[in-house]
Design a protein around this ligand. Sequence first.
Ligand code: BGC
Length: 476
Amino acid sequence: MSKQLTSTKTKITGFVIVVAIIAAIGGALFGYDIGVISGAILFITQQFHLASTAEEITTSAVLIGAIIGAMFGGFAADRFGRRNSIIFAAIIFIVGTAISVIARDDFVLVMGRVTVGISIGVASFIVPMYISEVAPPHVRGMMTSLNQLAITIGILLAYGVDYLFSASGNWRAMFAAGLILGIMLLVGMIFMPFSPRWLLSKRRTQEAQKELQKLRGTSDVKAEIQETEEEIESEKGSGGLKALEAPALRMPLIIGIGLAILQQVTGVNTVIYYAPTIFEEAGFKSATASIAATVGLGIVNVVMTIVAIFLIDRLGRRPLLLISLAGMVFGLVALGADFIFSRGSTAAGGAFGTVAVISMMIFVASFAIGMGPIFWLLISEIYPLNARGTAMCVATVANWGSNFLIAVTFLSLVSVLGQGGTFLLYAAVGVFAWFFTLRLVPETKGKTLEEIQAHWQSGKHPLEMGKKAESKVVLG
Ligand code: BGC
């Protein structure tokens, strides 16, 4: 490990920016499809006369598909490469959407939605993985978080499209609009390069060199190639599930899976899926007012993700995560208390509704500056190349699995604990997440992926990673 690139600032070329933006359209598919169902389901339920169980299955079909997709995505990423897997995900997305649009009964519709879910499950982690592998280290956080920005834009687009077609009740058009994103991703990715790191792991050195030269805008990429090759050499072992047994992987696995679960069980998607219902419960008189407030939340989500993108490589991952979780807990406690103390009061629709809106905005804003983007970023940074596909896949399955769990338990939790109790429960989990982050989550800001691996190999505690960041000397 002598002549290393380490913290040298690699040039940010126009090409690498285009690559990151095109790949991030995969994130927009993710956001669009978790957002679109909230409006579409109202009309589907009417047309197909769905009972409540069928309605729940139709709503969560994407999540079931995503769990399946995430399971196979790791294999695809390692075997066929990141770029081809994203192309594959775009094709499945287009097929699944087409099935949903033409479905004549609920069974076919659910099949279509599961297919769409499979594509989203694959894309949800291969997109950040791909971007993190092509990005220069000093802006890796920023570029990889474009994926989260695209997720939030996708959600907002879906709210907008739902609103547009809600007068006519045309749910088929709501789904069909997503095709535009799928086609953009498919066509765009055909022109994108392979990940040089993946090529090197397949010993395709010449091609890796060519792709890297294009991405870095210079012919002098020897040091970066050598650094990555050294990393591959030092790992040697095979990929697949076996790779996860390495002792050096234990800690990064705990961190990745832990954050995957905590990102979901603090309740963000109850807000994404049920915001209009929560607003109505909080005293908003008309459906239109509730929808407008929901769009407001979508906008806050996008704007604060943009703020995160600018802070992530400056402030670092850890401080942002800790601020984020503290804000989320504050928002949840305020929301919970509002439901407990204002329920049935004459203020309903007045102070009750206002506090509900403000606390939900605080919650979503706080999620967006940390927990949203940083979970996906960290799992694309902290695993060694030979296990990256498999380990990210395990964390992603844990994320979608917890998303599903929260979706199917939220309404039952509310009937047992009430809205107030449910949000306070999420707040308690948020406090746990804060301590988990404080004790275990490392600072990866400015480190090359190779340095991060060297750290795990050394067996040092995760928190020591950040301490070394500033003192690293560039050799050669
Ligand atoms: C989460 C999603 C969530 C979205 C909201 C993502 O990071 O993984 O479950 O819906 O953020 O912006």
